[in-house]
Design a protein around this ligand. Structure first.
Ligand SMILES: Nc1ncnc2c1ncn2[C@@H]1O[C@H](COP(=O)(O)OP(=O)(O)O)[C@@H](O)[C@H]1O
Ligand code: SF4
Ligand SMILES: [Mg+2]
Length: 342
């Protein structure tokens, strides 16, 4: 698919969201750039602590403030910079144009109301319909998200449903306003693999029928492969690689992306041979100077420890933040040789 010809729905430019804490300034998001076109799924991937959730909360206008604050950058959504809007204006955007689903639906569903009540309420917020009609539409929504016996389920409470079914209810609620953008933050992480695959398939189907864009946040490259058109790989509060999903898997150019790929189990590899990236994501309170990946990177040089690289376009539609991405070819070849010998 060619996404370059369309006007982007969302354009995030140089976004910085920092938390001003007693320990110091936590630069959770520190210069993030990406865009999402209408109807496109952007996968956002990176290890825990890379700033994925804070990026999405920034778009939603839900960063806890204080201590958090968007200190720089723009979030252009259909021509409006969301960082300039009041709380009230943002509430309107959240209710009508952008919705979000989270990892654990139990925290977003109210345990004391039936799911029918909760979906009806979401519907009545957006459409001028009476209670009966809202309930009828709720049943229809439950059916659309693949909940069996929707006439019966509509009268049940959240705790009566399995984790997978609750996530389907959350998806139904988030779609009730017919959003242009759905942000899904690790929506399948709490689910077992089979249910996870079903939910991802459902999201792909709904995207086709509703035509919305999706920002899919996950630490799991398997999920990325399943749903994304383009992918932003995040590390330490920044995008380090950004390209279409085919190119990312065929030809990762950032050492971090490559490291993540090497930690996915493959059918022909035993678990022992997996190489997780050494160390962990540094705390935003003390990022290393220069490239923030330099303490874990097999290609790091003195230059990397001194100067941070910019996100550079290396070919059409492919951006990488690395001084030595061309050197990665050598490591890839070495690995292929070793694999042959074994
Ligand atoms: N309210 C907060 N106060 C201080 N630090 C925060 C707050 N929320 C997030 N952070 C920090 O920001 C960084 C990025 O967090 P987050 O976006 O949740 O990561 P991810 O979603 O990629 O796992 C982490 O180091 C986290 O500890
Ligand atoms: S800039 Fe240097 S340390 Fe950073 S990813 Fe590239 S090679 Fe590694
Ligand atoms: Mg998160």
């Amino acid at each position: 698919m060619n996404f370059l010809s369309k006007e982007p729905l969302v354009q995030v430019k140089g976004l910085k969201t920092h938390f001003f804490t007693e320990e110091g300034v936590v630069k959770a998001v520190d210069g993030v750039d990406f865009e999402i076109n209408p109807g496109e799924t952007l996968g956002v991937v990176g290890e825990s602590g890379c700033g994925k959730s804070v990026t999405s909360l920034s778009i939603m206008g839900l960063v806890e403030s204080p201590p958090g604050k968007i200190v720089e950058g723009e979030i252009n959504f259909q021509g409006t910079d969301l960082t300039k809007l009041s709380q009230k204006e943002m509430r309107k955007i959240r209710g009508n144009d952008i919705s979000m689903i989270f990892q654990e639906p139990m925290t977003s569903l109210n345990p004391v109301y039936t799911i029918g009540n909760q979906i009806s309420e979401a519907i009545m917020l957006h459409k001028k319909v009476n209670k009966e009609e809202a309930k009828r539409q709720s049943i229809e929504m439950l059916e659309k998200v693949g909940i069996p016996l929707p006439e019966q389920r509509v009268n049940e409470y959240p705790h009566q449903l399995s984790g997978g079914m609750r996530q389907r209810v959350m998806i139904a609620m988030s779609l009730s306003c017919d959003p242009q953008l759905l942000i899904a933050d690790e929506p399948t992480t709490a689910l077992d693999v089979t249910i996870q695959a079903q939910i991802l398939e459902l999201m792909n189907d709904l995207k086709e029928s509703y035509g919305m864009a999706i920002m899919m946040i996950t630490h799991d490259l398997g999920v990325i492969a399943e749903v994304s058109d383009r992918v932003a790989v995040m590390y330490a509060g920044k995008v380090v690689e950004y390209t279409d999903v085919e190119t990312l898997f065929k030809d990762p150019e950032h050492p971090y992306t490559w490291g993540l790929m090497n930690s996915i189990p493959k059918l022909d590899q035993t678990v022992e041979r997996l190489e997780a990236i050494p160390g962990s994501v540094p705390s935003p309170l003390n990022f290393p100077s220069g490239c923030k990946y330099n303490n874990r990177c097999p290609l790091a040089t003195d230059k990397c420890r001194e100067i941070e690289p910019e996100l550079e376009t290396i070919s059409e539609g492919h951006q990488v933040r690395c001084w030595h991405y061309k050197e990665l070819e050598r490591l890839k070849n070495e690995r292929a040789e070793t694999a042959k010998i074994k």
